[in-house]
Design a protein around this ligand. Sequence first.
Ligand SMILES: [Zn+2]
Ligand SMILES: [Zn+2]
Length: 183
Amino acid sequence: MADIQKPEHRTASCQCGTVSLELTGKPIVAATCYCHSCQTAGHAFEALPGAPPVVGADGGTPYLLMRKDRLTWRSGSDQLAEHRLTPDSPTRRFVATCCHSPIALEFTKGHWLSVYSDRIAADERPAAEMRTIVGDRPEGVELPDDIPNYPAPTGRFLWRLLTAWAAMGFRAPPIEMTKGYAR
Ligand SMILES: [Zn+2]
Ligand SMILES: [Zn+2]
């Protein structure tokens, strides 16, 4: 009998459950980012009333990078607000206004969306495969060498992004916020 593999399915939800984003298929990569922007934005979100913890004790924020064409907003997309660290930043973060949970980070020109891993149920959450931009980590933090620690977004990280983009025909579909679907 043929062993039919079930396609991977995950759901990222805000803390109160109003916003849910469905993730279909294999993630591009699971990576924890230590860059200054992720720390600054994460700490700003954490300061909002009732917000969940975002940045780890070591300064890292875990993400699951997904192709934009493998994401579907299942509910609550009208509750999302976008947050940019500076008005002209090419990077924006989607935050659920119902409970101040950050859901995902988008480099607007990119073909992927970085979903905050903490928003995915623990039993569905893939472990981080690498750490990126570790040079920005808080002073005094020692990182274990259990997975690669990249000082810059290079090497295997960029290779994964590139091969995913090639599989998408080198297109970067815009993420559609208002219709309830991310293409
Ligand atoms: Zn919520
Ligand atoms: Zn970062």
